[in-house]
Design a protein around this ligand. Structure first.
Ligand code: F6R
Length: 253
């Protein structure tokens, strides 16, 4: 695991965008795994700019998003499909037919989950998976639990996640209580993982992710056994890292 500590959110976003851009240049038909939430917004803005000035071309890129709220249609302003369209897809030259987000309104959820994993497999697997991290250690919506889910599945959201995401809704009651998420198996199969975190609220979980024991109650800790992970954090999110025992840390100023 390589940890890059950047000065602030802007630097974190630029470093992350460069990682994605590098891959698109090397492999124009790459398969990206994408995340929503506050953390990657700056990275998406940078990617939009790079596309606008002709530095990167999304025309052959395929993307798979991590998750979607159960019950929200793609045109709901808080759905993750809507987020992706507004933050990235509508502003770059990606073919929307090649952008996949699990359907939150599929009648047969089991079928939707199986087909989502099949689609990823048939596309050749994910080259680069972008991740944020929940304060409780969730990645995608793989919440703390006594066991890990491999494939895409329907999951109840924890009280902590519902509270954390209430900021995007009118009130907490409107936050969906379930989501469809890629499983940890799907995430771990990605050839490279880029996890982003910023702000003091993420400092404790980032130190657990990097230095803590691997524990199903901290789903992100499983990333310690993946052989190609880059964690990009700002100084606030790095505040609790023990730099003496953390090997492979690069400070970007
Ligand atoms: C979003 C996702 C979640 C978020 C996490 C952090 O697609 O999968 O795991 O990455 O909840 O959210 P923010 O970035 O809003 O702090």
């Amino acid at each position: 695991m390589k940890v890059i500590i950047t000065k602030n959110y802007d630097e974190m976003s630029k470093v992350a965008a460069w990682e994605v851009a590098k891959l698109i240049k090397e492999k124009p038909d790459c398969i990206l795994g994408l995340a929503t939430g506050s953390t990657p917004e700056g990275m998406y803005s940078n990617l939009v700019l790079m596309n606008r000035v002709g530095q990167i071309d999304f025309s052959k890129v395929t993307s798979f998003n991590l998750d979607e709220y159960r019950g929200l249609k793609g045109d709901h302003p808080q759905s993750y499909r809507y987020f992706m369209d507004n933050k990235l897809f509508n502003h770059v030259n990606i073919n929307k037919n090649n952008t996949f987000v699990p359907s939150g309104v599929a009648e047969d959820i089991q079928k939707e989950c199986i087909e989502y994993d099949e689609r990823i497999r048939n596309a050749g697997g994910i080259d680069l998976q972008v991740l944020g991290i929940g304060g409780n250690g969730h990645i995608g919506f793989n919440e703390p639990d006594s066991f890990l889910h491999m494939g895409t599945h329907l999951t109840p959201l924890t009280k902590e996640t519902i509270e954390a995401n209430a900021r995007f809704f009118e009130n907490e009651d409107e936050v969906p209580k379930e989501a469809i998420t890629m499983g940890l198996g799907s995430i771990m199969k990605a050839r490279k993982i880029l996890l982003l975190a910023n702000g003091k609220k993420k400092a404790s979980i980032i130190s657990k992710l990097v230095d803590g024991k691997i524990d199903t109650e901290i789903p992100a800790s499983i990333l310690q056994v993946h052989n190609n992970v880059i964690v990009v954090v700002d100084e606030d999110a790095a505040a609790e890292l023990n730099l003496n025992i953390t090997t492979n840390v690069e400070i970007v100023k």
